[in-house]
Design a protein around this ligand. Structure first.
Ligand code: SF4
Ligand code: SF4
Length: 361
């Protein structure tokens, strides 16, 4: 599965799920938004197994992205969940900081993960390079490519003009040609190593429609709570507004979670108008002028009139239709257009670098 396939599916409602296997990580990246450490908690393996067991041939996400913290601290669990997902028809991707890359060869448990998943992605940025040298990451990529594994890099920089991005992406092109597509994002998208899924923060401006494509895939957090997006505050539990809660992996299965994701009128409005567009349209005071994008969403609970308006106007077939149109409009624009909006625009085309290659699997 190519990186571009995963990114292209991101706006499609219920097409994928993000699963945090752990908050733990052996690296010490200075920019880690989650401040992951080796004493941070793992997600409950039994709860994750139970949730994956609810995937069926008739009802399953097309893609499950396995993240952390560092998911490869639990290679056996990643392998097991990937196998369970595949038996239902779900393809999996894993995103790692490659803490194991300084070994002479990829350790056997990680090789088993590579054989089990459909995509293997590694983080690369100036902070990671202080922990894991670029040459070691490149050696792992070469080994994975030889094994026939679809790979990619998530490259993070301070912004479009960051010389690190120019240097790193040119180096990857020089060493790998078009074999290693890259998702290049700004610094905000780091942290939980889920950068292909991090919410965008559109520039402040008129509160026209600014659809939130990030409210399309449920996220299973490390405590089992299932949220509607991967906003760091929401995942961490700093802000878990009721309108973004989809359930809990101890009791809810995929069919119910997907249905809630699809049918929630508030989520439909977030996916079509975006939080600022919704707030500005309904709030008597014209909306929070200075509020940021996700901050507006997190505070919508204080706007009962806004939530009521969303429920009154998006619960029916018209809301469903608009939601579908917004999702397909963004998906049809393609992965490069999506990264132009959510990632680092000048490097957006690198997401589809391997478009002429046959997927290895
Ligand atoms: S940014 Fe990712 S790899 Fe780095 S410490 Fe945090 S979780 Fe680990
Ligand atoms: S706007 Fe809301 S749903 Fe979208 S990413 Fe931000 S917090 Fe999540």
């Amino acid at each position: 599965m190519r990186l571009a396939e995963i990114v292209a599916a991101r706006p499609l409602v219920g097409e994928g799920v993000l699963v945090m296997l752990t908050r733990r990580c052996p690296l010490r990246c200075a920019h880690c938004a989650t401040m992951s450490t080796m004493s941070a908690p793992h997600a409950d393996a039994g709860v994750l197994r139970r949730f994956f067991d609810t995937f069926t041939v008739d009802s399953h996400p097309a893609v499950a992205v396995l993240t952390g913290g560092e998911p490869l601290l639990r290679p056996a669990l990643v392998t097991e969940l990937a196998a369970a997902a595949r038996s239902a028809g779900t393809r999996t991707a894993v995103l790692t900081g490659a803490f194991f890359a300084t070994a002479a060869r990829i350790p056997a448990p990680v090789r088993r993960v590579a054989a089990a998943v459909d995509h293997f992605s590694i983080s690369l940025d100036a902070y990671h390079e202080r922990e894991v040298p670029r040459a070691s990451v490149f050696r792992v990529l070469r080994e994975l490519i030889e094994l026939g594994v679809a790979v990619s890099l998530h490259v993070v920089g301070a912004g479009p003009d960051d010389p690190y991005l120019a240097d790193a992406t040119a180096d990857v092109r020089r060493c790998f040609g078009t074999q290693v597509p890259m998702l290049v994002t700004g610094l905000r998208a780091t942290g939980r190593a889920a950068s292909w899924a991090s919410p965008a923060i559109p520039a402040p401006g008129a509160a026209a429609a600014e659809p939130c494509a990030m409210a399309a895939w449920p996220v299973v957090t490390d405590d089992g709570t299932i949220t509607a997006c991967c906003n760091q505050n929401v995942v961490d539990g700093v802000a878990r507004p009721e309108h973004l809660r989809l359930g809990h992996a101890t009791v809810d299965g995929w069919p119910a979670v997907r249905e809630r994701t699809r049918s929630s009128p508030v989520l439909r409005m977030l996916r079509t108008l975006g939080p600022r567009g919704l707030d500005a349209r309904v709030a008597a005071d014209g909306g929070w002028p200075a509020a940021d994008y996700c901050g507006t969403c997190e505070r919508l609970g204080r706007r009962p009139e806004v939530l009521a308006w969303a429920r009154a106007n998006a619960a029916g077939p018209g809301g469903a239709l608009l939601d579908r149109q917004a999702a397909h409009g963004q998906a049809d624009a393609g992965p490069t257009a999506l990264v132009r909006r959510y990632g680092c625009a000048p490097y957006a085309d690198l997401v589809d670098l391997d478009r002429d290659r046959e997927p290895s699997r």
